[in-house]
Design a binder for this molecule. Structure first.
Ligand SMILES: [Zn+2]
Length: 432
């Protein structure tokens, strides 16, 4: 059946489109796109989207769906509902599950679950090393055959440089990127917050910026000798950005992502309440780092926004700060944070936001581009740019409610999401 999406402001920098249009969706594709009133539909459903913005479906290339093994935190179905609610049509899930996704069986397991239960496209990243131990290579070839599209030991830095080199040499043969969680365990040890004034004032073990930057520098050097595409995950410091900028200027295949929490929160947000929802890895850094990340994102030195959606159960986050697990959920707040703070705030154009949240993740991962043009797959994100809403735990689709942004008022929210022409979100409600 055909679907006519009418009167939305359709924006896609890939095809230099920014105009009020009608979009006809048929058989999972954009059948026609044109000025209002010019697109004909013999039979089907019409939907008036006046006042809304329609963009190529957003993709989050860093989420933890927790399946298999930690389904009490999240699973493929609930994580995919959260993705749809947040306006995403695709996510890449991380392999630090139980068991670890380090061979073909586990990749196939998640893909099978996604085919049965997911409302969005789910892509799988396999582990770089067996069991994320950083000691022996994972079964990369088998995993690629089963559908893995990237490799990472996310959650841990690979400590042995020779091991990282072998992993990148090997990954390159399959033409897939290595996603690097940069963390030198010798420097970071049991650190839980950024090293500096705040760690001293709060009496918490510190996680120095150098613990991240040393591995970024090392991995860039390994990118140079292996030629393997390197993607730096959740970059959090100004110096880290400088390293990536230099690598890009040198023509190396290096990209990076930033999370909404590193873009809009900093160590100054930590206080004597010891709110464990603000415990992140890498930790919230200085205000200057935060502002440098915003600038680098608008400039495009940072390629994309990725949430590092990290669900944890309430009883886990209720522990003492040192003992609680790292991470915040992020899928359902990312669009409001980036749109409200940066685009509505006048710091970034809407076209740049689309480049960072829809276009770049697919480019980095070697996936087919999603464009607003005839014949393209109808993976669409539609949002209301004017709506003001407050982040509340009871509204999350995610099984876990550990958001660093609870109580905050955001501007902009997804109202409708289509994946291959099928509605995943309609009028703000996930379609079950
Ligand atoms: Zn990580």
């Amino acid at each position: 059946m055909a679907l006519l999406l009418k009167n939305a402001r359709c924006v896609d920098p890939q095809v230099e489109l920014d105009a009020i249009c009608d979009v006809l969706v048929r058989d999972g594709q954009i059948a026609q796109i044109g000025k209002p009133g010019t697109v004909d539909m013999a039979k089907g459903v019409q939907k008036d989207l006046s006042g809304r913005i329609l963009i190529p479906g957003m993709m989050d290339m860093h989420v933890h769906l927790r399946e298999p093994g930690y389904e009490y935190k999240e699973d493929v179905a609930s994580g995919s509902r959260a993705a749809a609610k947040g306006g995403f049509t695709a996510v890449l899930c991380m392999p630090n599950t139980k068991p670890v996704i380090n061979d073909a069986t586990q990749v196939a397991y998640v893909i099978d679950k996604a085919q049965l239960y997911a409302r969005t496209n789910i892509y799988v990243a396999g582990a770089l090393s067996h069991g994320l131990k950083g000691e022996a290579l994972s079964e990369m070839g088998d995993m690629v055959s089963s559908g893995a599209i990237a490799f990472t030991d996310d959650g841990r830095g690979v400590q042995d440089s020779g091991m990282m080199r072998r992993a990148m040499d090997y990954a390159k043969q399959f033409n897939v990127p290595v996603l690097s969680h940069c963390q030198d365990e010798g420097l970071v040890a049991n650190g839980v917050v950024n090293e500096g004034l705040v760690s001293t004032r709060l009496g918490l073990a510190s996680w120095p910026a150098a613990g991240e930057e040393i591995q970024i520098a090392r991995d860039i050097a390994l990118c140079e000798i292996t030629g393997c595409a390197l993607h730096v995950q959740h970059i959090s410091t100004a110096r880290g950005v400088d390293l990536v900028r230099a690598a890009k200027n040198a023509g190396l295949p290096v990209t990076c992502e930033v999370t909404p929490h590193h873009l809009f929160l900093c160590e100054d947000d930590l206080d004597e309440r010891y709110d464990t929802n603000l415990k992140m890895n890498p930790p919230l850094r200085t205000r200057d780092d935060m502002l440098a990340l915003q600038t680098a994102l608008t400039e495009g030195i940072i390629d994309c926004v990725a949430t590092d959606h990290a669900p944890h159960a309430a009883h886990e986050k209720a522990l003492e700060f040192e003992l609680a697990p790292f991470g915040t959920i992020g899928l359902e707040t990312a669009l409001g944070l980036v749109y409200g703070n940066l685009v509505a705030g006048g710091k970034m154009t809407l076209a740049s936001m689309i480049a960072r949240m829809s276009v770049a993740p697919r480019r980095i991962l070697g996936l087919q581009a999603v464009r607003l043009e005839e014949g393209n797959v109808a993976d669409l994100t539609i949002f209301n740019p004017d709506i003001l809403w407050t982040v509340r735990a009871e509204d999350f689709c995610s099984k876990s409610k550990n958001s660093a942004f609870l109580g905050l008022e955001l501007k902009g929210r997804a109202t409708d999401v289509y994946v291959e022409g099928y509605a995943s979100l309609e009028d703000g409600k996930v379609v079950d």
